[in-house]
Design a protein around this ligand. Structure first.
Ligand code: NAD
Length: 715
């Protein structure tokens, strides 16, 4: 395979490296770069070297496909390549067009000169994987752009347009045209004076280094106290004031330390898990797609409005259908309000807002939406209402249209079977607010056609969502697990913990918000309605009645000004005497003398509650892989990214220890032994020394069949 193209252009050797899709530095590319550099060194007619990436970008950085393989560690490593380019006795000019990230940017920093197209974007995103730029980035960047800018770039991982850095020493020229041509012209304009100019030989002069570093440290500790990588990045930038070799040695040591950190392992797992989730074993990439150029949304409430915005943002004209004019007007006004707010914040132009609103087609008649390629129903969460809507859709939609439901818990198979075209039906479960949240749970019915599923996955990409496929069960992957989590949180309150203590413990673990604050934000009445349905449907259904008592007081959360907390000024939660008394009364009713519960027990009980039901979901084939469950929790429920998701976390702790803890919780006199019965998959994995990550696919998936229909909450 041809990895580096060597071409002569007058006195220039133009080295163009190529490794689609992002010109990453695989072992083959690294080796070929050194060979090409040697060839230029020996080529007598060559006075200078221009280094460029093939296609419309420079490089996306390290080759993630090599992560964890021997090739990643094989010589030459990227930092050897960079050292060789910097050591070259013939001047090297990096010609940067398009994306130039991570290791790609570090290579450019090792070149003697840099010429960039104005819209090229440079950045060091390593911190988002819990790492630091380990190939000289923390040492060279501050020498060129100053400590403050370098810290901002390294700590944010942002991709900065070259034009914004045009005035720094980073770039010798920022141009509008072809950067390779501009690099050659740049060399021509400096005849004789173009000599190797090594960034590592520059001194870092920053009298306020200590103060800038201290301020940055304070900021990152306040923002993410548990995250180690940002703190290590700051240490490295500080070390850039030392001679290059010393600073580099510190960078190397801290990089290797971070590579082994649980934080980076969790973040890297999240990264790969997201990329894997949209792949479905029996849906090859070659599966033909149905057209997706016109959409319809039924119901213009909270979710319908947000879903319509997703389509409009993707440039897809969308009908919005409501039951009556007043509801339709309210829905359209809400959508316009969301766009207006974006205009106000400078995130959207008036022209763009008007263009998007112009693609919204509000209607009251079903016949108007019949030619849409996909229709998503987002009406009330009641089976009778949904079935009535699907009867209308079955009547009016053109053959081949995809019929989707946004239901959170109802049986997608029953909805599908109510139509004459069950193969065209599936669930598209968006999260609130739908135009913001990244997760899209795609619910595959027993009869959903493969091309319908493939098209829904493609839609997820178009709408810039992270898609995870779930089989049919009550609550699908996310909400089924959430019910166990909130149930356990309520048990903890019954036994002696306060909602405040539980929220604080989960926030210290890394959740942005604990379960009770989330309940108040989302509306405690949502869960109350689900529990009412479950109690009616399932005799013996077990859930603490404390949250029902809270709702009976009208304490639905923020929207009511009161929930588990008081909200006298709208959003800031304050402790509530009423709730304290309600809890005390509830405990008395149960005959429980409250005990002191430590934070470790709170965290383990809530997270292992997720893990136990997650194991059932995996075993039943509702989720195809444990990492899909992690993605749902990371992108839809605020599970801390650095912990990699509940299933990854359990693997990291070790399943035998998780299993032991579950048995311990089962012995709790006020506990629910049935709840803590370890899932059959956990029993099997503990017995075989396995982990969720390496668990064989569930029999339901292995047979190539669609996930079994499972309705009901396990455990
Ligand atoms: P909502 O009450 O805000 O909106 C429902 C809308 O549907 C209302 O505007 C109502 O007028 C309209 N409607 C009712 N019957 C109709 C009919 N026959 N024809 C046309 N329109 C009709 O509810 P929501 O929160 O947007 O939830 C909608 C669906 O999305 C539910 O199935 C819910 O479970 C699901 N969901 C909600 C959330 C959430 O956080 N709110 C998250 C994910 C999924």
């Amino acid at each position: 395979m041809h990895h580096v193209d060597y071409a002569r252009d007058g006195a220039a050797a133009v080295l163009t490296f190529s490794n689609p899709p992002v010109n990453s530095f695989s072992h083959a590319v690294r080796s070929a770069l050194l060979d090409a550099l040697d060839r230029a060194a020996m080529d007598d007619g060559v006075r200078f070297v221009v280094l460029a990436g093939a296609g419309s970008l420079f490089s996306g950085g390290a080759d993630i496909r090599e992560f964890g393989t021997p090739a990643a560690r094989a010589a030459p490593q990227l930092r050897d390549v960079i050292a060789a380019f910097e050591a070259s006795t013939k001047p090297v000019i990096a010609a940067i067009g398009g994306m130039c990230l991570g290791g790609g940017f570090e290579l450019a920093l090792g070149c003697h000169y840099r010429v960039a197209r104005a819209d090229a974007r440079v950045g060091l995103p390593e911190v988002t994987l819990g790492l630091l730029p380990g190939a000289g980035g923390t040492q060279r960047l501050p020498r060129l752009v100053g400590v403050e800018t370098a810290l901002n770039m390294i700590l944010s991982g942002d991709r900065v347009p070259a034009r914004d850095l045009a005035k720094t020493a980073l770039f010798d020229r920022v141009v509008d045209g072809d950067p390779v041509r501009a690099a050659i012209e740049f060399a021509g304009s400096a005849p004789g004076s173009l000599v190797p100019r090594r960034v590592s030989e520059l001194a870092l002069v920053e009298p306020n280094l200590e103060a800038l570093a201290d301020f940055a440290l304070m900021t990152v500790k306040a923002r993410a106290p548990l995250a180690l990588a940002p703190q290590r990045c700051i240490e490295c930038v500080k070390a850039a004031a030392k001679p290059f070799s010393e600073g580099s040695a510190i960078e190397r040591r801290l990089f290797l330390e971070l590579m082994q950190s649980p934080e980076s392992m969790g973040l890297r797992h999240s990264f790969f898990a997201e990329r894997a989730s949209a792949k479905v074993a029996d849906i090859p990439e070659s599966t033909p797609l149905r057209p997706l150029t016109k959409a319809a949304v039924i119901g213009a409430g909270t979710m319908g409005g947000g879903i319509a915005i997703c389509f409009l943002n993707a440039g897809i004209p969308t009908w919005l259908l409501e039951a009556d004019q007043a509801a339709l007007d309210r829905g359209v006004t809400r959508i316009k309000g969301i766009y207006d707010a974006q205009v106000k914040k400078g995130k959207l132009t008036v022209v763009e807002r008007d263009k998007r609103m112009g693609m919204l087609l509000p209607v009251l008649q079903y016949d108007a939406v019949g030619s849409a390629d996909i229709v998503i129903e987002a009406v009330f969460e009641r089976m009778d209402v949904k079935l009535a809507v699907f009867a209308e859709l079955d009547r009016v939609m053109k053959p081949g249209a995809i019929l989707a439901t946004n239901t959170s818990t109802l049986d997608v198979n029953a909805i599908a079977r109510s139509t004459k075209r069950p193969a065209d039906v599936l669930g598209t479960h968006f999260f609130s607010p739908a135009n913001v949240m990244r997760l899209l749970e795609i619910v595959r019915g027993t009869e959903t056609a493969k091309d319908v599923l493939a098209t829904a996955l493609a839609l997820g990409k178009t709408l810039r969502k992270v898609s995870v496929v779930s089989g049919v069960c009550d609550g699908f992957i996310g909400n089924r697990m959430l019910e166990h989590y909130t149930k356990q949180a309520n048990y903890l309150v019954e036994e002696g913990a306060s909602p405040r203590q539980i929220d604080a413990a989960m926030e210290a673990f890394g959740f942005a918000m604990g379960p009770f604050k989330v309940g108040d934000l989302a509306g405690n009445d949502i869960g109350w309605n689900v529990r009412k349905r479950r109690r009616a449907e399932k005799p013996g259904y077990k859930f603490p009645t404390l949250p029902d008592k809270l709702c009976e007081l009208g304490r639905f959360g923020q929207k009511a000004g009161a929930g588990w907390y008081e909200y006298p000024d709208g959003r800031k939660p304050l402790p509530s005497k009423v709730v304290d008394e309600l809890i005390a009364e509830h405990r008395r009713g149960l005959g429980i003398t409250p005990r002191k519960i430590d934070d470790a027990e709170i965290v383990d009980r809530l997270v292992y509650a997720l893990v136990n039901v997650g194991a059932c979901i995996l075993d039943e084939g509702i989720a195809a892989r444990s990492s899909d469950i992690d993605v749902v929790y990371l992108t839809g429920y605020g599970f801390p990214a650095m912990r990699g998701g509940p299933m990854f976390h359990a693997d990291a702790v070790g399943l035998p220890l998780v299993h032991r803890r579950m048995r311990e919780f089962a012995r709790n006199p006020h506990g629910d032994p049935e709840f803590w019965k370890p899932a059959a998959l956990i029993e099997r994995l503990v017995a075989s020394g396995g982990s969720f990550a390496t668990a064989p696919p569930s029999a339901a998936n292995e047979s190539g069949q669609k996930p079994a229909e499972k309705v009901g909450v396990a455990a």
